[in-house]
Design a protein around this ligand. Structure first.
Ligand SMILES: [Zn+2]
Length: 422
């Protein structure tokens, strides 16, 4: 975890900052907890998450106990609230520059993608915007989005490269992800084939970037317009050599049968899966590989709906994320993603919450530290001003009223300020 003074999550506004050193959260009506000591929990066991109320005491940046501490320096009244661990967004494309709102209107009114791309849209447009923006402009936009995510309960997130589309551009994207303070920086060097290269030639550059850049994982976009299953196998070998996890964007628009290839390459996660082949559900569900589902991209792109009910029933390690990016999913809110997942996947609230807490932390290799309310883990706690059932049900409303990150009140909604007593 990078501790950065410029991290927008590291401090609250004036007058709202609260040091830990004994924080007691009391009177919650629900407290979400998995069975203790698990690195992840397969989705056929999501019903084992309990919501029994209990007080919670934090000591410094750690969860200290599930007992009330009468001597705590800070007391937080969670009357009527549900307590969750900080949400983990394990698939975002932060940092990026600008937006593509005009493209969205073209898309929904029926302009074909080829025409949008010929007009300079798509990934190339975001690559141009990134190249033209200064570091400060890129980081300012990304920090504003991280603050938005925090207000939706997200206390840890991943960043990806991929809009650099050149060797120096991708090196810069890695550096900006670090400067942003992302909990994990993934090298999505194989995102699109840059001008002047064919896919094989660019993979040689990807190999060199993987060797020279400080990244926590490698990722690839496998699709007819980007890279193939053979490139996925090659990236798997590169990831093994570099001893970092392999992740892969697969089966978004077409069934390319990339999942067996990713599993053979030892992938930590396969992401998207809207077009997952039915025969690949059982092998994926049996593997030590997460199914990262992105219902924001599915919804806004009018994509197919991933077979998430089948994956959960089969016992996959299911995960939800925003896929926050300026093209296919300009969505920063995990509460919105949870609402989409519950309705469109036929998931219970527990299934949706498991998917953006413990299992999402596992994808990032952080589940020993984050992703559940357990003694010794980092004190990342989210207060909802409703029971958890309201989260998907009152779709579009953000019920997050207070967020503690590493033992500090990092965000509080003005109408919830009364809950804090020091
Ligand atoms: Zn993505």
């Amino acid at each position: 975890m990078t501790a950065s003074g410029s991290d927008p999550r590291s401090s609250a506004g004036a007058g709202e900052r609260r040091r830990a050193g004994g924080v007691c959260v009391e009177h919650a009506i629900e407290v979400l907890r998995p069975p203790p000591g698990l690195a992840h929990l397969r989705h056929d066991r999501a019903g084992e998450l309990v919501l029994d109320p209990t007080p919670l005491t934090l000591d410094g940046d750690r969860i200290a106990s599930f007992e009330a501490d009468s001597g705590a320096a800070v007391r937080i009244d969670a009357a009527g609230c549900a307590l969750l661990p900080g949400l983990v967004d394990c698939h975002t494309h932060l940092p990026f520059a600008g937006w593509r709102a005009e493209e969205y209107e073209q898309k929904v009114t029926g302009v074909p993608y080829e025409q949008i791309a010929r007009g300079g849209g798509g990934i190339a447009s975001s690559a141009r915007a990134l190249a033209q923006a200064t570091d400060a402009q890129v980081l300012d936009q990304a920090r504003a989005l991280v603050a938005e995510m925090l207000a939706g309960g997200t206390t840890a997130y991943e960043s990806k490269t991929g809009y650099g589309l050149s060797v120096p551009g991708e090196e810069r994207a890695v550096r900006l992800g670090r400067e942003l303070g992302a909990d994990r920086v993934t090298g999505l060097f194989a995102h699109a084939v840059p001008q002047g290269y064919d896919a094989d030639g660019w993979m040689d550059q990807v190999d060199a970037l993987a060797a020279s850049c400080d990244v926590d994982a490698l990722d690839i976009y496998v699709e007819s317009v980007a890279f193939t299953n053979e490139h996925l196998t090659r990236l798997g070998a590169i990831a093994a050599r570099e001893r970092v996890p392999l992740r892969a964007h697969v089966e978004q628009f077409n069934a390319n049968r990339s999942v067996p290839v990713a599993l053979a390459a030892g992938a930590r996660s396969v992401d998207h899966l809207a077009c997952l082949h039915p025969d690949d559900v059982a092998p994926l569900a049996a593997a030590q590989c997460a199914a990262v589902l992105l219902p924001g991209a599915e919804f806004l792109g009018a994509e197919r709906v991933a077979p998430a009910r089948d994956l959960a029933d089969a016992g996959a390690i299911c995960v939800l994320a925003t896929d926050l990016n300026p093209g296919t999913s300009p969505v920063s809110s995990l509460p919105a993603i949870i609402g989409l997942a519950v309705r469109r996947y036929g998931w219970s609230v527990r299934e949706a919450l498991l998917a953006c807490t413990l299992n999402a932390a596992w994808v990032l290799g952080l589940s020993g530290e984050l992703g559940s309310l357990e003694v010794g883990k980092r004190a990342d706690v989210v207060l909802l001003d409703t029971p958890v059932a309201h989260l998907p049900y009152r779709f579009g409303r953000n019920p997050v009223c207070l967020v503690i990150r590493a033992g500090e009140v990092a965000w509080v909604r003005p109408d919830a300020a009364w809950r804090i007593a020091a």
